[in-house]
Ligand binder design. Structure first.
Ligand code: GLN
Length: 464
């Protein structure tokens, strides 16, 4: 099915209307058995498409006008449910639009519905959703990857032209890799987080998932920039980049190709690197020596921030409230029944790591390690333009394969979490397949160098 560009051309040349397009996607969604959507609103989608068609008729419209998209159900869309795939928010209706939604609406997009995710974006497989896992469109016995499972699966299965996900430790890149689509985790601060249900506030970023690099760039351009509602957001003008593979210095972290990586995945990534070299790039071995501590560091910082962020779901202020007994009972029962197992685990780890006796040993230490990880990247970017590496050490795993072993689940994040800890941008690009399962190449750039990533990724697209 269509890319954003193709759909835009079709709309411009009056080959079809946005209503036609929207109906076609809605049909796909209704027939789908992937569980990629938690909710969609047919009537509202058609209404948005009609409005877009009116705009198109007037002749003055932007590239995303009339394009049907899907939104991770952790991003607020006014008047629509926003569940974060949690029982505690099962009936919560968003009172306002996230800034990214406001921006997309200004362009006239059609929002088809809200996509499935790991509860509160905590997970790597999509299996932590309170409403059932998302299936991988390439093999329904396998996971779609998480936490933005539905956002990646819906684009891969042509249930949406593009989608938005969020990435705290890999949640855009991992499902993009598993589903064979292109996903960007932007530089921290490039995109406003206002209206995103917070998980780890110093790590979270909203980003696009799309059919190809150009589409990801188009969406990124539409959503990036300073927002007065998010003090961590930055002014951003995505400038055109002339970067090309010819003469490009690509860093390959030697620590990333050691034990634990699937041999077939390794082959695909090495082949991609070879193709870049054939096209004129200079391959340079780099060392990210603190990356061995990255997972431990992430799994202290992310749960610590989560434990603070999730304190607001107390059965009084938001969502589900179990009105039984005294005030303490309401707290205990609402949280006890509302949160799933993984969310509770993270709250407990985070609360422990932040408690007065342990703060120095865990949280403070992790923040120190985070600085070392940042420094590794800063040093590497003195020598190289971009870094190439895998997104995940394995292709999509079987449903249930790791659900009883959280640590083995966390290991899937080994190549993605450092990027969030350092606040860098990174893109997952389909690079090949192990049998029928897609594998993504990760392209990491320096802060605010998304343009370089896009330029080079588009060249890689041609040679892969
Ligand atoms: N898999 C990671 C985790 O469980 C990352 C999640 C995310 O990026 N939202 O925390």
């Amino acid at each position: 099915m269509l890319t954003i560009r193709q759909a835009h051309e079709g709309l411009k040349n009056k080959e079809f209307t946005s209503v036609d397009l929207t109906k076609a996607y809605l049909e796909k969604i209704k027939k789908s058995d992937l569980n990629s959507f938690l909710g969609f609103n047919e009537e509202w989608a058609i209404e948005q498409a009609e409005n877009a068609d009116a705009k198109i008729k007037s002749g003055k419209f932007e590239i995303l006008c009339g394009i049907p998209c899907a939104i991770k159900d952790a991003i607020m869309v006014e008047g629509q449910k926003c569940t974060a795939a949690s029982k505690i928010l099962e009936n919560y209706v968003a009172p306002y639009d996230a800034t990214v939604i406001k921006k997309l609406k200004e362009q006239g997009v059609v929002i088809l519905g809200k996509t499935n995710l790991d509860e509160f974006a905590m997970g790597g497989s999509g299996e932590n959703s309170a409403f059932g896992p998302t299936k991988n469109p390439h093999d329904k016995t396998r996971v779609a990857g998480g936490s933005s499972s539905g956002s990646a699966a819906s684009v891969a299965a042509n249930e949406a032209c593009f989608s938005l996900g969020s990435d705290t430790g890999g949640s855009i890149r991992l499902p993009s890799s598993f589903c064979g689509v292109t996903g960007l985790k932007p530089t921290y601060g490039a995109v406003s987080r206002y209206g995103l249900i917070a998980f780890g506030s110093s790590l979270d970023q909203i980003g696009p998932i799309a059919k190809n690099v150009k589409d990801a760039e188009i969406v990124f351009q539409a959503i990036c920039g300073k927002d007065k509602m998010d003090a961590t957001s930055a002014d951003y003008n995505l400038e055109f980049s002339k970067a090309s593979l010819k003469g490009l210095k690509i860093g390959i972290p030697k620590e990333y190709f050691v034990k634990g990586i699937d041999k077939e995945v390794e082959k695909i990534i090495k082949n991609a690197i070879k193709k870049a070299e054939d096209a004129g790039a200079e391959i340079i071995e780099i060392s990210l020596k603190s990356s061995e501590f990255a997972l431990a560091c992430y799994y202290i910082i992310a749960p610590s921030e989560a434990s603070a962020n999730l304190a607001r779901f107390d059965g009084i202020r938001y969502g589900m409230s179990v009105q039984d007994g005294n005030l303490l009972d309401v707290y205990l029962k609402s949280k006890g029944q509302g949160f799933g197992e993984e969310v509770k685990r993270r709250i407990m780890i985070g609360t422990y790591a932040l408690s007065s006796g342990y703060y120095d040993a865990y949280y403070k230490k992790a923040e120190e390690v985070r600085q070392l990880i940042k420094q590794d990247f800063a040093k590497a970017f003195e020598k190289v333009d971009l870094i190439f590496c895998p997104v995940s050490p394995v292709p999509a795993i079987k449903m249930g394969e790791r659900t009883n072993d959280p640590l083995s689940m966390y290991l899937m994040d080994i190549y993605t979490v450092s990027v969030n800890l350092a606040g860098l941008p990174a893109l997952s690009l389909p690079a090949g397949k192990v049998e029928n399962l897609p594998v993504g190449l990760q392209i990491i750039g320096n802060h605010f160098q998304e343009n370089k990533i896009f330029a080079v990724a588009q060249e890689m697209e041609k040679v892969l």
